[in-house]
Design a protein around this ligand. Structure first.
Ligand code: SF4
Ligand code: SF4
Length: 345
């Protein structure tokens, strides 16, 4: 992350705004991955499930996303799903409009469909393709987005490989090295990110990395990052994986990114996982990367975290000022905080 980006994000926090949005652009997905949090019963808090929310297509989707962007004026927008490529036509029309607003955009996809050729033109776009393990395990988990399809669909693009490490990948020594040997040399691959499977509180699925196994994986990644330049993993990020935020209040990612579901109004809380994620086992790369920023110490021993808390207090004050001004303009309409809220920051 460049200093310019940190300063811009700080400006948003001081103004009481979210520097980053994560938007579930559709409720649809042709995959049914084990451990998928988006389709979990508690993802949207229990009363709603992703497959049950209204979603949008065509110009309505483009206009709906732009309306949110105009309201929040973020620096970064992550377009997730469901599977965003289900709405590839809409995204192809939307991406230049986001770029024109100087917004950095990320599309998180399974690459189950071809990535449109037009997307190659965008300087501010990161396409993160989820590839969970070597071909036999990945194909079993993520068909129809198999290795064969992914390799065909990313041809000619520059993508980020995003692998979520599950327990199954830790059971054979050398597995992660083999994964890096396969993906690192490929010209389409700009960089490689590793997340660790993040369970919900009380979850007992086999995907979860037991504590000892997690510690071993992090030690191994500490070695591999020195051998594979495309493995984007700073030592400071590994430190956060070893000691994740204790709760969403301590998580810079959760506090600076607003996740919005496919109806374009339901807020996913407390972070993009929804439900009640177990922060003590968090393996989210974005959370760890931002956590590393938060723990960075400035000269004079002040941590960015301390500065952030002070900035948030100013931001909260700015937010309440905006709300009371808005309330003055309304008469008799309720404007309370709730899980579903309008895009008023
Ligand atoms: S591709 Fe993503 S949204 Fe679709 S089932 Fe898999 S994890 Fe869930
Ligand atoms: S991203 Fe991780 S640490 Fe942050 S709130 Fe979600 S589970 Fe907790």
């Amino acid at each position: 992350m460049k200093t310019r980006h940190i300063l811009q994000a700080w400006g948003k926090i001081l103004a009481g705004r979210f520097p980053s949005l994560s938007i579930e652009v559709t409720r649809e997905c042709p995959l049914s991955c084990p451990g998928c949090y988006a389709y979990g019963n508690d993802h949207l808090g229990g009363a709603l499930v992703l497959r049950g929310v209204r979603d949008f297509k065509g110009q309505e989707l483009i206009d709906g996303i732009l309306k949110i962007v105009e309201a929040y004026r973020p620096l970064h927008v992550s377009l997730v799903g469901g599977e965003p490529l289900v709405r590839h036509r809409e995204l192809t029309a939307l991406l230049p409009l986001l770029e024109a607003r100087n917004i950095h955009t990320q599309v998180v996809t399974s690459a189950v469909r071809p990535i449109p050729d037009e997307w190659r033109e965008h300087r501010n776009l990161n396409v993160a393709v989820s590839i969970d393990g070597l071909q036999p395990e990945h194909d079993a988990r993520r068909k129809p987005a198999t290795y064969t399809h992914i390799l065909k669909h990313i041809a000619g693009h520059r993508i980020t490989v995003h692998c979520t490490i599950t327990r199954q990948m830790t059971e054979r020594p050398g597995y992660l090295r083999e994964f890096l040997d396969f993906w690192s040399p490929r010209p389409e691959v700009r960089r490689i990110w590793f997340s660790l499977f993040t369970p919900q509180k009380g979850e007992t699925s086999y995907e979860i990395l037991p504590r000892q196994v997690r510690a071993g994986v992090l030690d191994e990644l500490g070695v591999l990052k020195n051998e594979y330049p495309k493995l984007d993993l700073a030592e400071a990020v590994l430190r956060v994986y070893r000691n994740p935020p204790r709760n969403p209040d301590e998580c810079l990612f959760a506090r600076t990114t607003l996740p919005i579901s496919a109806d374009l109004k339901t807020i996913v809380t407390p972070c993009q996982f929804g439900g009640t994620p177990d922060c003590s086992q968090c393996g989210c790369f974005a959370s760890a990367a931002l956590g590393a920023v938060l723990r960075h110490r400035l000269p004079l021993g002040l941590s960015l975290g301390t500065l952030y808390e002070a900035s948030c207090a100013v931001g909260d004050w700015m937010k309440s000022l905006r709300r009371s001004k808005a309330a003055e303009g309304r008469s008799g309409r309720g404007a309370g905080e709730q899980r579903t809220r309008g895009a008023d920051g």
